[in-house]
Design a protein around this ligand. Structure first.
Ligand SMILES: [Zn+2]
Length: 75
């Protein structure tokens, strides 16, 4: 079974949870404050860090359009 890493939005703490694929991840609670306001973190294998940085950068560099692609405003 895979181990998922979660981060609690409320208390900002991380915890690991052993989950089966059948488990409903929305039923998982924070181990520290029992909040359900948690996010599943991506595994270390995810290579989306560069992509995310690029996305956030391009998104913030253009304030005149909300599409993010900036194909209409020329930025
Ligand atoms: Zn918590």
């Amino acid at each position: 079974m895979p181990i998922y890493e979660f981060i609690c939005i409320d208390c900002q703490k991380c915890f690991d949870k052993l989950c089966s694929l059948k488990d409903d991840l929305s039923q998982i609670k924070c181990e520290f404050c029992s909040s359900r306001n948690i996010k599943k973190k991506m595994s270390a294998f995810a290579t989306s860090r560069d992509e995310n940085d690029h996305d956030s950068h391009s998104g913030s560099s253009c304030s005149s359009c909300s599409s993010g692609s900036c194909s209409t405003c020329g930025h």
